[in-house]
Design a protein around this ligand. Structure first.
Ligand code: KG4
Ligand code: ZN
Length: 351
């Protein structure tokens, strides 16, 4: 029998709802992005984000039900919602809506960790492709708020190997893009600018590559500062780092440094823990340079690598429904959870 899970995600700046069957098959996937609203400010304003969720959520929920051919919420078997980590005011909007729907339908409501959602974006089947149940799997989660290297020992069983000591990778993309006048969000802007650039023109640092005590940790704030110093030096030489050709070379050099560090540490962890598979997920995993470098190195090592298609890399509710499926299947959550008593946790860790 098919189990249909309806999920809501509002942890940051996307209002999202989706229905997923058996944790794998997408029945609907609605995402209302706030990017255009935040672009004006050059970043995300938490209060603006939560108000926008309030305005958008009802339509997003209705559209997700309609797209999945459900005429009312009671036709879903289980409900799920992101309860952390994320912006408190944003999380509250999704959690309150989910509680209302659980009350109306009488269905159990499962709280989902946003990071576990990113992990399970790998297990959603698109064009017949999905991650396999091969453990241990090394997972790299790279998003706007997180950079975590995780050893997945089985479904819903994680060991954190390392994380960033300062900025998240996505945050570094966003800050460097601002510095180069490339706009928000920075990841796609840097990627686009870097496409015509020379990644070897400016040798930038590869932070913590040689530090044994930080073998699986990351640091991106020094790299961001190195780009700032490079821009100042160029200005002193009478050059404008925002001039398109120069900005392209800086963007390409920065992107190469980030991708190299992320991929090298992920492969090192896969080797050290004898991983049988590698997964990469989160907004930054949409990056083309990162994807092709990871695929090349995984192939060299003879290891299966899975990265979700682009629309599942950035925030969405399908991944929350998928994670809820694995929680319901592999843990005791359905016997213990009281969805109506759920609180939000802005700093919720994965494990
Ligand atoms: O996972 P996500 O949608 O939200 C969080 O959970 O944070 O990730 C958003 C981050 C932003 O920092 C954005 O700049 C970055 O993902 N991003 C990218 C690309 N697309 C989005 N970074 C590099 N290259 C991209 N193509
Ligand atoms: Zn995310």
């Amino acid at each position: 029998m098919t189990t249909r899970i309806f999920a809501i995600e509002t942890s940051c700046d996307e209002t999202a709802a989706a229905v997923v069957a058996d944790g794998r098959d997408l029945l609907s996937n609605q995402v209302a992005s706030q990017i255009e609203i935040h672009r004006r400010f050059g970043g995300i304003y938490p209060e603006v984000a939560s108000r926008q969720h309030v305005l958008a959520i009802q339509t997003v929920v209705q559209d997700a039900l309609a797209e999945a051919d459900l005429s009312w919420i009671g036709q879903a078997d289980l409900l799920a919602v992101t309860h952390g980590p994320g912006l408190a005011g944003s999380l509250l909007v999704g959690v309150n809506m989910a509680k209302g729907l659980a009350l109306a339908s009488g269905r159990p409501l499962i709280p989902v960790n946003h990071l576990e959602g990113h992990v399970y974006s790998n297990w959603i089947r698109v064009d017949g492709r999905t991650a396999e149940d091969l453990f241990p799997t090394v997972v790299l989660i790279v998003s706007g708020g997180h950079t975590e290297l995780v050893l997945m020992e089985g479904h819903c069983r994680y060991r954190c190997l390392g994380s960033t000591l300062d900025d998240a990778a996505g945050e570094a993309f966003d800050k460097v893009a601002r510095l180069l006048g490339l706009g928000f969000p920075g990841g796609p802007a840097i990627q686009q600018a870097g496409e015509s650039g020379d990644p070897q023109r400016f040798p930038l640092p590869r932070p913590l590559m040689q530090a044994q005590e930080h073998r699986f940790n990351f640091s991106f704030s020094g790299l961001k500062t190195a780009v700032l110093h490079l821009a100042r030096r160029l200005e002193q030489e009478g050059l404008d780092p925002r001039e398109p050709r120069l900005a392209a070379d800086i963007a390409a050099s920065f992107q190469a440094a980030v991708a190299e560090v992320l991929v090298a540490k992920t492969m090192d962890a896969a080797r050290a823990f004898r991983a049988r598979q590698i997964c990469i997920c989160g907004g930054v995993s949409a990056n083309r340079v990162l994807r092709s470098l990871a695929h090349a190195q995984a192939q060299e090592m003879g290891l299966p690598l899975h990265i979700p298609p682009l629309f599942l890399c950035t925030d969405n509710a399908a991944m929350i429904a998928a994670a809820a499926h694995y929680r319901a299947t592999y843990t005791e959550i359905l016997d213990t959870v009281d969805g109506m008593a759920m609180d939000i946790h802005a700093n919720l860790p994965l494990a």
